[in-house]
Design a binder for this molecule. Sequence first.
Ligand SMILES: [Zn+2]
Length: 306
Amino acid sequence: MTRIRLTVLALAMSLAASSAGAADKIKVVTTIPDLADMTRNIGGDLVDVTSIATGVEDIHAVPMKPSFAVQLNKADVVVLMGLEMEHAFLPGLLDAARNPKIMRDAPGYIDASAYIIPLDVPQRIDRALGDQHPMGNPHVNLDPVRGKDLARAIADGLSRNYPEHADQFKTNLDAYLAKLDAAIARWEKEAAPLKGKKLVSYHPDMVYFADRFGLKPVGTIELRAGVDPTPSHVAELEDMMRRDKVEIVVREISYPAGLAESVAQSTGAKLVELPVMTGGAPDATDYISFIDHNVRTMLGAVQGGT
Ligand SMILES: [Zn+2]
């Protein structure tokens, strides 16, 4: 009797230890915090998630640290935005990590853009010209409706790798989508004053946000994605902005402030500083608060006068 009791106790203790231990969780590495937050919502207690970027970086130039390769070496799955957004760092890190589970085309390589139809797909791809958006615009995370498609692709990717947990992932996904839907209904109401406003941004990363909330992106300070502006480009841009009465200049936080400020000043437009990822502002701690931050910041600029 005592021996059985002891055996049961030992078994219970080992079960408790293993279910509580991070060692048994599905180890997920995501490229950006937006995808990390979605994966935590979908994976719940089953996942242990880390993100490579913190949200303040230029996503096309995230520095490759050896610690990222170590994390990827131990990962069960990697979740990325795709559309070549992580081209600057992810292929190199995956080579260094030597983890067959998460190499491109392996089941553990979860492309969150799988259900996205990208905007701005170029007619001709020429990396030699420095184009950072060869597959179309990858900044999908700025639109919360397309964000739902990112979440669905993550849930499907997790279920493909762990079919035994598919029901749990589906339940968690549905709860998260319901939360997101409620927030989207609120944002669409709040953002009504943004409709029809023209904007220029430093980098072409506002197209999905603009598409959702009815703004019109009419130009960029960069010559094109990843190509620095020339003085003649800036002069032409400013002429166009004065002529077309462009009201907003967006300076994404990883881009230089000086030029965006002078473009705004010389054209009478309002300068708006925005994060382009979750974690890019102190109050943008998860995906919903990130979209909240951007909608409210943009509204503040439009309604603030000047
Ligand atoms: Zn970009």
